[in-house]
Every structure is written in C-alpha cells, then in structure tokens.
Design a protein. Sequence first.
Lengths: 164, 164
Amino acid sequence: MAKAFDLQTSPGHLLRRAQQYANDLYAQEAGSNGLTPRQFAVLHAVDLHEGLSQTALVRETGIDRSTLADMISRMLRKDLLARKRTDEDARANSVRITPAGRKALRAAMPAVTKSEQKILEILPARVRTEFTRGLSLIAQAAMESEMAKENGDGTKPKRGRKKR
Amino acid sequence: MAKAFDLQTSPGHLLRRAQQYANDLYAQEAGSNGLTPRQFAVLHAVDLHEGLSQTALVRETGIDRSTLADMISRMLRKDLLARKRTDEDARANSVRITPAGRKALRAAMPAVTKSEQKILEILPARVRTEFTRGLSLIAQAAMESEMAKENGDGTKPKRGRKKR
C-alpha cells in the first residue's frame, strides 16, 4: 500500500528535516550554553518591540501561547526578561529585555547568522531568494491562520492566506 | 542592538514556522487519534523496507537515535510495529509493520497528502517544484552530516554537502 508516496519528496517530511538541520547547525555554532533558537526569537522580538503583549509575541514568534508562557517564566527566572509593570501599562503580561538578555542576544547573533548562511549555501545561489520567499509565504499563512483563531474566527481559513 | 537582523526574513525562523504550520495542517486533517507525522514517517519507512536497521531508520526518517528508540517502544506497545527476530536476522532491533500499523498508515495517508497539498498551494505554482527541491537539498545535507557522525567521522562536515 501507499507505495506511491515518497518521504524523500514529501514537503512535510522535508520541512521537518530541513528545520532540524537548521537547529543542529545553530547548536553547533552556539554551543550548549547559548540561547535556544526560540529563546533567541523571543528576546529579539521583545528587544525590538518592548512591551509587546503576549498575543503580539505569539504572532511575532510563531510560538504557541502555552509554550510561550512557559518560556517566558523560565526566561524571567534566568533574568533574561523582566516584568514590565507601570501605572500606564495595564498589560500584566508584558515583558522587557534585561541587560543580561541583551547580552545573550548579542552573543547568539553570530551563531544565528552563520548557521543561516550555511543553510542557504546548500542551495544554488540563484534560488536562495526565491526559497526564502517561499518559506516566508508559508510563515505568513501560518500567522494569518493563527490570527483568525485568536480573533475567535471559528471558520477554518480557506487558504490560510490573505492579502495584508 | 542587532536591529539589522529580521526574524521575518530569517531562514531559520521561517523554516521553524513553516514546519509548525505543516504540522498544524496535518493535525487538522488527521484529527487527534491519528498518527503523528513522525510515526507516519517511521511506519512508512518500515513498510517500504522491512527489517531496516535502526541506523538505516535514523537515516531514512531523520529522527535521532534516542527519540527513535522511544518512538519504536511506544509503537511496539501500540501494536503498530512488531519485533522481527528470525534465525537469519541477527539485527535484534529490526522491526516489521503489523496489520494494525498498516491500517494506521493507510488511514493517515489522506491527511498527509491533503496537508502537503495545502502547503504547496500557498506558493505560486511556478516555484513549487524548485521549493521542494531546495528542501530536499537541505534534507540531503542533513543526512550526509548524520552519516558522517554515525561513521565516527569526527571532523565536522565542511559544507554538510557532497555529491552522492
């Protein structure tokens, strides 16, 4: 049965393997004391947009709400993030990056850029831009699907894709 | 700091989001009782190549050795796989698919193909083949890097890529 299906040409399977390899290459570069790729994404997003709500952080990083909450707890304990509570700021969950967080972000940057360069160099030069653009379209569809869910839009997004 | 780096154009970040979305779409199609994408990959590989060694399964599925061992234990308990021990077959760890495993594989197939079709349909038709080919090149580099490690080749693969 199912002999026609081939893992080695399956976009889902290949996406998983490619993503794992990107993670492996990052881990090789970053060493065991560095940020995880997802911690990097969270810190980077918070650094750029201080006081981002958790909903906005979910959207920006693509990390689901409960995983993100766990990650933020750990990163608060590690002093990479701090709670941001001011009188004007009623968003109890919003966070800011600490000096230690900024330092960790800066330390991780070379490993991020180097491992991403290694991934892209696997591809023929002429297809790199188009390839990244393809990933970006899929990520955008993911975000829009996520937003539709957040907005309590019970309907499944038809194409997972809209003009924005 | 690091303002030049943009998550939304980062291949590593985009790969992670695209892969998550592929998983989400599969889960929507498969429902909560279906195989996980990785279980599907293992069953599919074992179905095609009965008696595959664990090393070959690692290579075929891209699942690391310890995760694969855990998965196989669970799948043996669920009667999706069975141990394959014959006098000729000294590979103690080799497994075969059971009728229940074959049934689960067949049941998952429509969800796999439908969710993969949804992913590809996000992309303009003219770039789909090239995109999948790009993923395949990265997956191939991953496999070769994995094989170099399995072979006790202590040197880090320089480009993660060889002609095969």
